[in-house]
Write a protein that binds this ligand. Structure first.
Ligand code: RIB
Length: 282
């Protein structure tokens, strides 16, 4: 049976521009035509989890505006339930996403409706896994951790200090290598550290328990690759896969997600990941 996943998190409209080289401090550069895409770490993880076979519900907030409608439509099209997403008077949060032709990126998130993200404890307490990130208020994240009865996964991005109260609630922590370094103190439980195209390492209470290397692909846009990893990992892990098996699926999914422009555009389905993994082992 498909695992029930609740994502309590951000929903952003991404304004994406591509350029040969990211601007330096004080520099002005020209870019391609601007394009709007659905994004936000929470919504991206919800879409990734749904495409990987999860039964996913999204909890968050958008403005009563066109970007909000675009984001909700994208979630629905991927099979994510958006019934519980609040419509608030603040504008939908917006991310300015600059993508260099090499695939490198820089993102600025202009906050809005995400600050009003909310949920009802009874709506998430029966989920097999609850996923949160750091683009919504800490109080909402802690409430989600307290309400969760299954796996509680924190993707500590964008990185900030993890309070002791929150750390005690987290079962699975997923961070990239830079975020891991910034956290500065050891974290207990299952900690997964991604490193872009390099090896992913899973630690259980500080001991290495599994590793996986993402497959090599010609990445066009890596925005959302980390979110794809989170969604794909949690669906596999909540379905009973071992940490090692879940890492392999998440690595393949995140690599495939980089082949199209836009955080959610390239996120693969479970079938696409299966055939990719089969063709790579044959
Ligand atoms: O992780 C990628 C996401 O970060 C983008 O979609 C953008 O909205 C920012 O939240």
């Amino acid at each position: 049976m498909a695992p029930r996943i609740a994502v309590v998190g951000s929903i952003n409209a991404d304004l994406v521009v591509q350029m040969p080289k990211l601007p330096g401090r004080g520099e002005t550069v020209s870019s391609s035509e601007p394009k709007w895409f659905p994004g936000g770490k929470g919504a991206n993880q919800a879409v990734a989890a749904a495409r990987m076979g999860g039964n996913v519900s999204m909890f968050g907030a958008v403005g009563d505006d066109e970007p909000g409608q675009m984001c909700l439509a994208a979630l629905s099209q991927s099979g994510v339930s958006v019934e519980a997403v609040a419509k608030v008077s603040s504008p939908t949060s917006t991310a300015l996403v600059m993508v260099e032709h090499s695939g490198e990126n820089q993102i600025v998130v202009a906050d809005g409706a995400n600050q009003h993200a909310s949920f009802d404890s009874t709506q998430i307490s029966s989920a097999d896994a609850v996923i949160v990130q750091f683009e919504i208020p800490e109080s909402v994240i802690i409430a989600a951790g307290k309400a969760a009865t299954g796996i509680f996964c924190l993707n500590a991005a964008p990185v900030r200090t993890i309070s002791d109260e929150l750390a005690e609630l987290v079962d699975v922590l997923i961070v990239n290598e830079h975020e891991f370094a910034e956290l500065g103190k050891p974290q207990s439980g299952l900690v997964i550290v991604t490193a872009g195209a390099n090896e992913v390492v899973a630690y259980q209470d500080g001991q290495v328990v599994a590793k996986s290397v993402p497959p090599v692909v010609a990445a066009l846009d890596t925005v959302g690759a980390g979110d794809t990893f989170v969604g794909a990992f949690i669906v596999a892990y909540a379905s009973g896969a071992s940490v090692s098996q879940a890492l392999d699926r998440a690595c393949a999914a995140s690599a495939l997600s980089t082949l199209k422009l836009g955080a959610q555009s390239g996120m693969p389905t479970a079938t696409e990941v299966d055939s990719f993994l089969n063709s790579n082992t044959n």
